[in-house]
Design a protein around this ligand. Sequence first.
Ligand code: MN
Ligand code: MN
Length: 305
Amino acid sequence: MILKVDRLPYELPKPTEADPNAAAAVQELLGGKFGEMSTLMNYTYQSFNFRGKDKLRPYYDLISSIGGEEYGHIEIVSAAINLLHDGPREDGDADGLDPTNAPFEAYKGVRNTQSFIVGGGSALVQDSMGKPWNGDNVFASGNLMLDLTHNFFLESGARLHKLRVYEMTSNPVAREMIGYLLVRGGVHQLAYAKALETLSGVEIPKMLPMPNIPTAKIPESKKLIDRGEHCKLYRFSETDFLTLAATWNGTHPEDGKPLVVADEPMPSGATKPSLADMTSGFVPDYAPEEVLEISQKLMKKAQGF
Ligand code: MN
Ligand code: MN
């Protein structure tokens, strides 16, 4: 089961302008083959399908807790995409909600027109070319060595794609989110490398960093590295997954700092930003007064419970 916390794993800046083309590029990090939907569902299904977990507890715990963290990652990439559709927009709200003004004309030229037509300016479960994410991206063979090798490869490909999307946009919302995920994905990449080392004796952490760039070179990542986030593995549970230190121990290959399992179950995170409505795009509706009134009444009622 999963316990939900209505927070983001990390704080994102407020958007200064709508940047739907940056949002389209960032979609790769959500619904691409190496995106967060893939890491989430790969580790989730490997943990659901895990046979012999009582005997192989350290590996089961590792895959399960990293899977838990990935839920927060789909949430923060989606938040970034939504924020990139947010911000001051010439969407005709100021013109008195008149569709004849073509309030979303600018959207006909953006990279992903479905982000507005289908999603009302939001995250879609698809890659940067609009291809939907699908279950074929999940590899759960039941063979522990193969699954861990796949996970190491998946985190390495994910790191490459994050770096490339970072190179495609200087938008601070996108960059802050990518800087955070590069650090957390780096933890996962190292965690799978170390798990493979325990099984094979091969010093896989020596392959890192891969791709070969120090993570601290990215300023948005460096401030998290200075806080020790690159050395911390979270359990994502109050009560379970207690054996992480069996594989997560020793030092970080990039700076020699000690690897630690966090005392707290998850990052304290940040308040989830409240997204602006888009009334001329029918979000939540063209004339939302009635919806707002109903919602206010329901809130009053709920306070009575
Ligand atoms: Mn992730
Ligand atoms: Mn990951």
